[in-house]
Ligand binder design. Structure first.
Ligand SMILES: Nc1ncnc2c1ncn2[C@@H]1O[C@H](COP(=O)(O)OP(=O)(O)OP(=O)(O)O)[C@@H](O)[C@H]1O
Ligand SMILES: [Mg+2]
Length: 274
């Protein structure tokens, strides 16, 4: 891993990381999930609990495996070991039809937006509706436009992704993530590359989706001010494991050396530099 030169700091897991029986948890439970690419271990028997209705923010150095964790959660990448449960349903071991059904409950904002270049923004946003509902074109278009308006892209529906700025693509990806009214939304860096005002509006939207629709969210971000605004809890990923979870208050007050260095953005400390 990129941080292999960092010094290991042994810390006992905080009490709220102990899983109990993950198959009876009402939200998302990951237990002992490992993922490697070749001989590089990215997730190393990683445990994570996300309570139903909460917004859990995941922080961690670049390259630590945050995006890999999100993809493993819904098996867009296959975990090598461990178990994942969503409201008691075991995702690991699910057959493709059940997995497809489960994924309808999940909106995914990919780090790079991942729009299809040959499709208009409206078609990109409406794609899941086209594939998973019997709605006609007009109804799909109306719902796609509604989601685009929510992210401030009212006028972009007939544009191609290549005609959009990076921040606009990010917002189109967000519109696509919410189009099916998912119960769970996985946001991979929703505000990176956005100007501070648009970023704050996206954070407000994340809060609104949670408060008004009861959505459960996992948000990967490097934006600590945004994290403090939207999180119910914050978890830090380091060397393949969640090394800390706590509320905003707990993370602001913790003396955990890895967390302190990260949230203070200091190059000196146990995390190392590169
Ligand atoms: N499909 C893949 N094949 C091989 N290696 C991969 C693959 N996906 C991710 N990795 C590697 O796994 C590690 C973790 O990657 P990941 O994208 O999850 O990091 P991250 O924490 O999201 O970083 P960032 O904050 O920069 O987005 C990296 O070393 C990356 O190169
Ligand atoms: Mg990433």
């Amino acid at each position: 891993m990129e941080t292999s030169n960092s010094t290991a700091v042994p810390m006992p897991p905080p009490p709220n990381m102990r899983l109990g029986d993950p198959s009876t948890h009402d939200g998302v439970a990951m237990q002992g999930v490992s993922k490697r690419f070749g001989d590089m271990v990215v997730l190393d028997e990683c445990d994570l609990l996300v309570n139903k209705g909460e917004t859990l923010v995941i922080i961690g150095r670049s390259g630590e495996g945050k995006s890999v964790l999100l993809k493993n959660l819904v098996r867009l990448q296959e975990p090598d070991a461990g178990g994942i449960w969503v409201e008691g349903r075991e995702v690991t071991g699910m057959e493709p039809p059940d997995l497809r059904e489960l994924r309808k409950d999940f909106g995914f904002l990919f780090q790079g937006a991942a729009l299809f270049d040959s499709m208009t923004i409206c078609e990109n946003v409406g794609l899941m509706l086209k594939e998973h509902t019997d709605w006609d074109r007009e109804r799909i278009r109306a719902r796609a436009c509604e989601c685009l308006a929510l992210v401030g892209l009212d006028d972009a529906d007939d544009k191609l992704p290549s005609e959009l700025s990076g921040g606009m693509k990010k917002r189109a990806g967000l519109a696509r993530a919410i189009v099916m009214q998912p119960q769970y939304i996985l946001y991979d860096e929703p505000t990176t590359g956005l100007d501070p005002i648009t970023g704050d509006a996206i954070n407000d939207l994340i809060l609104k989706l949670q408060r008004e629709l009861g959505v459960t969210s996992i948000v990967v971000t490097h934006d600590m001010a945004g994290a403090f605004k939207i999180a119910n809890r914050i978890a830090m990923l380091n060397r393949g494991k969640i090394v800390f979870t706590g509320t905003v208050e707990e993370i602001q007050e913790t003396s955990h050396p890895l967390v302190r260095q990260f949230i203070e953005g200091r190059a000196d400390g146990p995390l190392g530099v590169f």
